[in-house]
Ligand binder design. Structure first.
Ligand code: GDP
Length: 454
């Protein structure tokens, strides 16, 4: 395999940058550009898991001080010889060293190529490789926990157990199907059925958790609605911890939609602050209201805000109507002020009603609990792992479908040949999931979503 190199740290100015190099001739390449000062050993003489301080030079010209860390195959991230150069974190200097590495024989690493090599060299299965990307992209505690569990092998363990059971059945069936004349005891269909049903229910649980885990992985598309001045912007600012949308006392001044991701406890809300659902008079505001209505229709969660200090009116009634049939939480805001709001109609319309003060922050924990309850994430155990993406879900779903067909075929008295083919199909989908039996095209597709340097 050719030697690949890439900057592993974000493009930008920082204290240090790390350049990663991997492949058979990595240490020879480093010999040519790195002069150690902390040791007499050249890079190719260094032991794995050791580092040296020294200078990067280009044909005798000094470029930068750096620390070189050496990982010897197979005990490295990729399973190959790997070197990491930690240099000063300037964009120019880092690029200059990278260009020097290319001139000395390395080629630019493709997106995810380090992790792809780790997978191809058996350092991790495909589920773990995909978990690496989820660890990097995790925005909150829950999504990080799920990704970390996958990286530790959480889902793989369950999938592997099902795959082994199916393989056992295939072994028994294979002997029977291939040598029908020989004296092999007939496969017990009752026993086979119970193995298939156990396998199906294990896969069904994994799929259920995937659905509930969607909001953990992707966050919830959330819209805040309410008549003007109920405190939508204040609420949004409270959740985002900064002043994003303009807060004013004049009704209808939040004209545009401001979008932002915020974490509320364990979950990520993708928030849209809206111009408020109301019949707008002027053109600019009308434009905002139309967009707000479209957002409301597309949202997965609506936070409908009402003002505790104002009487319930037509505009509030309109908000209630617009929320019908959607996943909604009513927020009675300004609970620090004296109550004038009659909450009777709101309590009847909304499944969940939470009392908050967007100004003081009171009630945010209750809001978080209500959202978790609404989306069924409160019963999830993140440490058990949740499938990371649609590719994985499809493999499990296809495997489950094949198992169900095999159960049907057995019950309906189809030939064992047919049952054998279906179980084989179920097994293959699981092996595609873990990457044990997967086409090059699928592998390339998986790693194309990674960033360069990972
Ligand atoms: P919007 O039009 O719905 O976005 O409402 P704003 O967020 O602009 O708030 C309107 C006014 O209500 C501002 O003066 C806020 O400071 C005030 N306000 C918002 N939330 C609260 C609250 O919980 N308590 C009190 N006392 N005032 C609040």
């Amino acid at each position: 395999m050719s030697v690949i190199a890439a900057i592993a740290t974000p493009r930008g100015t920082g204290g240090i940058s790390v350049i990663r190099i991997s492949g058979e001739d990595t240490f020879e390449l480093c010999n040519g550009i790195f002069t150690p000062t902390s040791t007499k050993k050249r890079p190719s003489e260094m032991e794995g898991y050791t580092c040296a301080y020294g200078k990067i030079t280009d044909g005798g010209e000094y470029i930068d001080d750096c620390v070189l860390t050496v990982f010897c195959a197979p005990k490295s991230y990729t399973g190959e010889d790997v070197a990491e150069i930690s240099c000063h974190g300037g964009i120019f200097v880092t690029n200059r060293i990278l260009q020097l590495i290319f001139r000395n024989g390395a080629v630019p690493a493709e997106p995810g190529e380090f992790t792809k090599r780790a997978f191809l060299n058996g350092k991790m299965n495909l589920i773990q490789a995909e978990a690496v990307m989820n660890i990097i992209s995790a925005e909150g505690r829950a999504s990080h926990c799920c990704a970390a569990a996958l990286k530790q092998g959480a889902i793989f363990g369950n999938i592997d157990a099902v795959a082994k059971k199916l393989l056992g059945l295939l072994g028994e069936l294979g002997a029977w199907v291939d040598y029908p004349e020989e004296d092999i005891p007939e496969v017990e269909s009752g026993e086979m059925l119970s193995v298939l049903e156990e396998s199906a229910s294990a896969l069904e649980k994994i799929l259920r958790d995937y659905d509930s885990g969607k909001i953990i992985r992707e966050g919830v598309d959330t819209v805040i609605v309410g008549k003007p001045n109920v405190g939508k912007s204040t609420l949004m600012n409270l959740l985002s911890g900064c002043e994003r949308s303009i807060v004013t006392d004049i009704a209808g001044t939040t004209r545009d939609i401001v979008e932002e991701s915020v974490t509320l406890g364990d979950i990520v809300l993708r928030l849209s602050d809206t111009a408020g659902i109301r019949k707008a008079e002027d053109i600019v505001e009308k434009f905002g209201v139309e967009r707000a209505n479209a957002k409301l229709d597309a949202a997965e969660l609506v936070l409908a805000v009402f003002d505790n200090s104002e009487p319930f009116n037509e505009e509030d009634e309109e908000i209630c109507k617009r929320c019908e049939g959607k996943k909604c939480i009513a927020l009675i805001n300004k609970t620090d002020k004296e109550q004038s709001l009659d909450v009777g109609h709101i309590e009847k319309t909304f499944e969940k009603v939470i009392y908050i003060s967007a100004r003081s922050g009171e009630g945010t924990h209750e809001l978080e609990a209500a959202i978790c309850g609404l989306f069924g994430t409160d019963g999830l155990n993140y440490n058990e792992g949740i499938l990371a993406n649609e590719r994985q879900r499809l493999c499990v779903q296809n495997s489950l479908n094949a198992i169900k067909e095999a159960v049907f075929a057995l019950n309906d008295g189809y030939t064992l040949d047919a049952v054998n083919i279906l179980i084989d199909e179920a097994e293959n989908y699981l092996l595609e999931l873990t990457g044990e039996k997967v086409s090059e095209a699928v592998v390339n597709e998986v790693f194309s979503h990674f960033c360069v340097g990972k």
